[in-house]
Design a protein around this ligand. Structure first.
Ligand SMILES: NC(=O)c1ccc[n+]([C@@H]2O[C@H](COP(=O)([O-])OP(=O)(O)OC[C@H]3O[C@@H](n4cnc5c(N)ncnc54)[C@H](OP(=O)(O)O)[C@@H]3O)[C@@H](O)[C@H]2O)c1
Length: 308
């Protein structure tokens, strides 16, 4: 099959589009999926450049964290059968989804909601899972609470805004001014231009916060808007929650575990209308270099989706 591969860390030029071994069913619950769409996430760019703060990455590898496609083959223990449309998020170990096919445990997959195209399902994938785990399972966001979402126009941020609205929270977020209408359409009650204003000067005494940007400044701002007892979740600053500067705050690192149950929860949110796919730019898998460059330009809105 054809796949994008990384043999060495570096700029977009290290991405190769080349032949890779055909994935096969190895365990009874494995399936081989013909990928119809796979999104480009910030983590893919970080892995490529060598800046990834998550579990150790070994090279060569096929990047890509999420996908949507059609099952080609199924092991004897899989409940999901050939011909079914599925979507999912890849485990950290094993090859990624920027390829024509992938072998993966059927236990990690959900059945693609028919109301989503493959591109939309892939675009929701990791970003939707991360936002759901962060807001519902980690921050336990409740009706009427006030939440600050750092980076609302991004992949995770755009999912988190919608979920926060669905959960009945008041939402403040950061985005460049050009994205303010966009983030308000997703559920933000208040948009702060991070190039002009410091959120700490604009809002205070919030119940919860999600940092979907990362870095020292973003972490400080995320803690800085909280009231005593406030909860902050961090997904852009490594695998461990940053130390809180105040003893009266809770610092959390969402554990974004992959599972079929989680994908089914996302499907239910889609079906209820709580979650819609972001705007999508589709590009051929063979143009992965261009997609990485566009992603790194900082001018993207919505998700880039690679199509084999
Ligand atoms: N499993 C996990 O733990 C997990 C999963 C997914 C993502 N992540 C991490 O979460 C982070 C976000 O991922 P993503 O896919 O959502 O990234 P993304 O789509 O590239 O979005 C980044 C967003 O950050 C905003 N931004 C940039 N600088 C900012 C600043 N100084 N203050 C406030 N906002 C700023 C940008 O807003 P504008 O467009 O308005 O400029 C952009 O929309 C990454 O570090 C990624 O690795 C972790």
């Amino acid at each position: 099959m054809k796949a994008v591969t990384i043999h060495a860390h570096g700029g977009a030029e290290v991405l190769q589009y080349e032949n890779a071994p055909d994935p096969i069913v190895k365990a009874p619950d494995d399936v081989v999926v013909a990928i119809r769409a796979a999104s480009l996430n910030a983590a893919d760019v970080q892995v490529r450049s060598g800046r990834y703060a998550g579990p150790r990455v070994t090279l060569p590898r096929i990047p890509g964290r999420d996908f949507s496609g059609v099952v080609l083959e199924a092991g004897s223990g899989s409940d999901i059968l050939p011909g079914e449309e599925v979507y999912g998020v890849c485990p950290h170990t094993g090859e990624g989804s920027h390829a024509e096919r992938i072998a993966i445990s059927s236990r990690l997959l959900g059945r693609k909601p028919p109301e989503l195209s493959h591109a939309q399902a892939a675009a929701i994938g990791l970003a939707g899972l991360t936002a759901m785990v962060a807001l519902q399972d980690t921050l336990n966001l409740r009706v009427g609470e006030r939440i600050f979402i750092q980076g609302g126009a991004g992949g995770v941020g755009s999912m988190a805004l919608q979920l926060a609205r669905h959960l009945g929270a008041f939402v403040a977020t950061t985005a460049r001014e050009v994205n303010h209408e966009y983030v308000k359409s997703l559920g933000a009650n208040l948009a702060i231009d991070y190039t002009k204003d410091d959120p700490v000067r604009v809002i205070r005494d919030f119940d919860a916060a999600l940092d979907a940007v990362g870095g020292d400044r973003s972490v400080a701002q995320t803690f800085g808007v909280l009231k005593p007892g406030g909860r902050a979740a961090f997904i852009g600053s490594g695998m461990v929650a940053p130390a809180s500067p105040r003893a009266d705050l809770v610092s959390l690192r969402p554990l974004v575990a992959r599972s079929g149950e989680s994908m089914d929860r996302i499907s239910a949110l889609v079906r209820s209308g709580a979650l819609v796919a972001p705007p999508i730019i589709e590009m051929p898998l063979s143009e992965a270099r261009k997609a990485h460059e566009l992603s790194e330009s900082g001018k993207m809105r919505g998700k880039l989706v690679l199509v084999p």
